[in-house]
Ligand binder design. Structure first.
Ligand code: DQA
Length: 141
């Protein structure tokens, strides 16, 4: 399986940024550990703070890869463009969030991605990414 994790704005600061909400682990540390535990899965990571770069990446992988794990971060709540890109591509997208966006401000309750996603995993910390990965490994009938 070829999976890609696409992380949006400010997620390059994981481990440093608001640790009460997002934890103390950097994404690199988490990802290294995840890759070791799933040696048979190709897991690529792309992070950008730029909306258009996220759209470019979705288009690039979205017709040939097996799965996309997307944390569009703040763009989740604002970006019609990223939502449209998810609708346009063929590869299934699982939307993830580290924090429970529904227990936070009202503006975080809206997602432009969720209507086009295969599913959404919210609020499990970095484990949200692993649960999304597992959803692509489970066999579906
Ligand atoms: C987030 C939640 C978003 O509301 C926020 O803007 C983020 C991170 C999360 O993973 O919990 O940057 O996507």
């Amino acid at each position: 399986k070829k999976l890609i994790i696409i992380n949006g704005p400010n997620l390059n600061l994981l481990g440093v940024r608001e640790p009460d909400i997002y934890g103390n682990l950097s994404f690199t540390e988490f990802l290294d550990n995840l890759k070791q535990r799933y040696p048979n899965v190709t897991i690529t990571h792309f992070q950008s703070n730029i909306e258009g770069a996220i759209i470019d990446k979705l288009q690039e992988v979205g017709f040939s890869w097996d799965g996309i794990i997307l944390n569009a971060a703040a763009y989740t709540h604002t970006s019609v463009g990223i939502g449209d890109a998810v609708a346009a591509i063929k590869t299934p997208v699982v939307e993830v969030h580290i924090s429970n966006t529904f227990s936070r401000e009202d503006f975080r309750h809206q997602s432009f991605i969720a209507p086009h996603a295969k599913g959404v995993i919210v609020g499990f910390g970095l484990q949200s990414y692993e649960l999304a990965l597992q959803s692509f490994l489970a066999s579906h009938v």
